[in-house]
Ligand binder design. Structure first.
Ligand SMILES: C[S@@+](CC[C@H](N)C(=O)[O-])C[C@H]1O[C@@H](n2cnc3c(N)ncnc32)[C@H](O)[C@@H]1O
Length: 398
């Protein structure tokens, strides 16, 4: 019997229509890192990494991988990673400490889970760069402990067909870690007790062992005090703001701002002329006010209907927004009228050449609205947000 990765049965939009060429050969060496984001946004994450590494040393991307429908990764080499603490489009950063290629499981052949797990165990024993990674981690996330005795935990992920279950895969990695002689490795009782986390990933034909360098602060932002259902993952909002190519003169508008995530993330990516946000729901606006706080100015927040904005013609240069998907917010029927009206209104308030970065799960409706406006997307990203297929359109106002 073959076991499939936990999420393998769900549709993976980025595997079906990749926004970037996936794959790439991993030649395992010291100084390899893995940055994780939502599937489909690996290329955006890499673009931010390359930009931030620019000042402190060269970085080179080797490969991209999609791990089920919950994670995408860019794998890269970097001399130094200090500047990557500022990353915003990445949810977690890891050092790659072990890597092995295997022949993919053959569904026609009798399964030999013991032999397959033995290969995993050997790969963990042979993981060569754990000490360098522990040192990097201590520098990257102050407070990280790395003595001789180390309590660890293993997060195990599988995508594709495999001869073993995920729980057995995790146990094989845990046991192999304890058997290593380089430190006194103790399995932590719980997440809080772990000094370090190893993320073990089994893909078709590939095993990756990575040490987590970042902690939850990279993924969850301290500003998100007020949280609304349907609120965007901060790293996705940051990736969208990054795609708008932030510039000093930006007047950036989010007409469906919800809890304000896009606006805060844009503010963190550099100077701007003004941020403008609005929402039809007063509770969402209150959450946005709380999350944005007094820090990011100049800022305008309005209660409004995005199909009739109280804004002058051609006054904004960037529109970055997450439309109502018709699930938590509104319905498909409401979106039939909303999407074309909102897009026409956004074109009115946007200056010629203004950039639009728009996320929606209803790509059929959005495609129709775009055709009606005779717009042509410059880039389309098929992504998965917490497993839900969605699309990001990048367009310019004519
Ligand atoms: C997908 S959510 C946006 C989430 C937001 N990006 C965040 O991170 O919180 C869509 C938002 O659009 C708002 N909305 C729905 N119809 C609207 C309309 N006609 N005009 C303005 N806002 C609207 C909803 O209240 C909701 O807050």
């Amino acid at each position: 019997m073959n076991y499939r990765g936990q999420n393998a049965r769900r549709i993976n939009p980025s595997a079906r229509r990749p926004a970037v060429a996936p794959g790439g050969v991993i030649r395992f060496a010291a100084g390899l890192y893995l940055a994780q984001t939502q599937p489909g946004l690996e290329g955006v994450a890499w673009s931010e990494i390359a930009f931030r590494c620019g000042a402190s040393g060269a970085a080179r991307e080797l490969a991209r991988r999609t791990i089920g429908d919950r994670a995408g990764a860019t794998i890269f080499h970097a001399e130094r990673i200090d500047s990557l603490r500022a990353l915003r489009s990445v949810e977690d950063l890891f050092a790659l400490v072990g890597y092995r290629r295997f022949a993919p499981a053959n569904p026609a052949a009798p399964a030999r889970p013991g032999a397959a797990l033995e290969r995993v165990r050997a790969a963990v024993h042979g993981a060569r760069h754990i000490d360098e990674a522990l040192e990097t981690r201590a520098r990257f996330t102050p407070g990280g402990r790395a003595g001789r005795r180390i309590q660890f935990r293993v997060v195990a992920r599988m995508a594709g067909d495999h001869e073993f279950r995920r729980v057995d895969f995790r146990r094989a990695v845990e046991n192999a870690m304890v058997e290593r002689g380089d430190h006194v490795w103790r399995l932590a009782d719980d997440e809080a007790g772990a000094d370090v986390e190893f993320w073990a990933t089994m893909l078709p034909g590939e095993f990756l062992l990575a040490l987590r360098l970042s902690d939850e602060r990279m993924r969850h932002r301290e500003y998100k005090a007020a949280h609304l259902p349907g609120s965007l993952r901060p790293a996705v909002a940051a990736a969208m703001a990054w795609l708008s190519e932030p510039a000093e003169h930006d007047v950036t508008l989010d007409p469906f701002c919800g809890a304000g995530t896009v606006l805060v993330e844009r503010a963190h990516l550099g100077r701007y002329a003004k941020l403008i946000g609005g929402d039809s729901d007063p509770a969402a606006l209150a959450a946005a006010r709380e999350n944005i706080g007094p820090r990011h100015q100049p800022l305008e927040l309005h209660e409004w209907n995005a199909t009739a904005l109280p804004l002058a013609r051609a006054c904004v240069t960037k529109v970055v927004t997450n439309l109502p998907w018709g699930r938590r917010h509104g319905s498909h029927e409401e979106n039939l009228a909303l999407y074309p009206r909102a897009l026409a209104e956004l074109r009115r308030v946007a200056a010629p050449g203004a950039t639009f970065v728009i996320l929606t799960a209803d790509s059929r409706l959005m495609d129709q609205a775009i055709r009606r406006e005779r717009m042509r997307p410059e880039r389309i990203f098929r992504v998965a947000i917490l497993g839900a297929p969605a699309t990001i359109y990048v367009m310019r106002n004519s």
